[in-house]
Design a protein. Structure first.
Length: 99
């Protein structure tokens, strides 16, 4: 798969990044290399490899890390005590969907 300058610009725009033409060319080459490697991995026959749920911890099947227990919720006033801005019982955060 060949990553185009348009693809890099699109992804950069989604991340709100202003890239120079040189940066777009460099990142395009890097993304293309990554996707080429993923294509190589997709060619491997993994049909005999068992799926793994936890890579770093040895567990029996369907074992959880701790028992689920109901616990009291944090009171709203305590949760919002250190919030920079709050209102109507909620955290107020800046809009991030649009620039």
């Amino acid at each position: 798969m060949r990553i185009t300058d348009k693809d890099v610009s699109y992804v950069a725009d989604l991340a709100h990044l202003d890239l120079t033409a040189e940066e777009r060319a460099r990142f395009g080459a890097q993304l293309d290399s990554i996707l080429g490697y993923v294509e190589q991995l997709n060619e491997l026959d993994t049909s005999s490899v068992a799926p793994m749920a936890q890579v770093l911890t040895a567990q029996r099947e369907n074992e959880t890390l701790r028992e689920d227990k109901l616990r009291p919720c944090l009171p709203v006033d305590v949760a919002l005590a250190n919030a920079p801005e709050s209102g109507a019982g909620h955290f107020k955060v800046p809009k991030v969907i649009e620039r």
